[in-house]
Design a protein. Structure first.
Length: 134
């Protein structure tokens, strides 16, 4: 069982979205190197939390979604938003993704301020399936 972490700060165009932003790499255990992420064979990923931060007076969102493009409502997990006076939105729980699942991330910025940076993260636990069967 190891931590799984994808996080970053991404320039999000006004009134637009960014799919699979580039994660930060700071040498932390469990950092994801790139999105989309495919759960490796023999493992499962339990997403525990994801969050988005916004300071512009508008709406920012993070939407994890499963599979291949295009992203549709049927492929999306729970959307988290940050709005105006609530600069950070977060969801938590146990969202279990079996081996081979492709996880994507969409950032949405509904504001009009150019040069807006969206801060975001996803956290989970990556586990060997064989260890779970014992």
């Amino acid at each position: 069982m190891t931590p799984w972490l994808a996080y970053g700060q991404t320039l999000t165009p006004p009134g637009a979205s960014v799919d699979n932003p580039t994660p930060n790499h700071n040498g932390l255990v469990g950092e994801v190197l790139a999105l989309p992420y495919t759960v490796p064979p023999g493992q499962q990923l339990t997403l525990k939390a994801w969050s988005v931060e916004g300071v512009d007076p508008s709406r920012t969102a993070i939407i994890p979604w499963i599979g291949t493009a295009p992203a549709t409502n049927a492929k999306c997990l729970f959307t988290v938003t940050a709005v105006n006076a609530t600069p950070t939105g977060m969801v938590s729980g146990d969202w279990i993704l079996p081996e081979g699942t492709v996880l994507n991330v969409r950032l949405v910025y509904a504001g009009s301020t150019p040069g807006y940076i969206t801060a975001w993260y996803l956290y989970g636990i990556l586990e060997d399936i064989l260890e779970l069967d014992l």
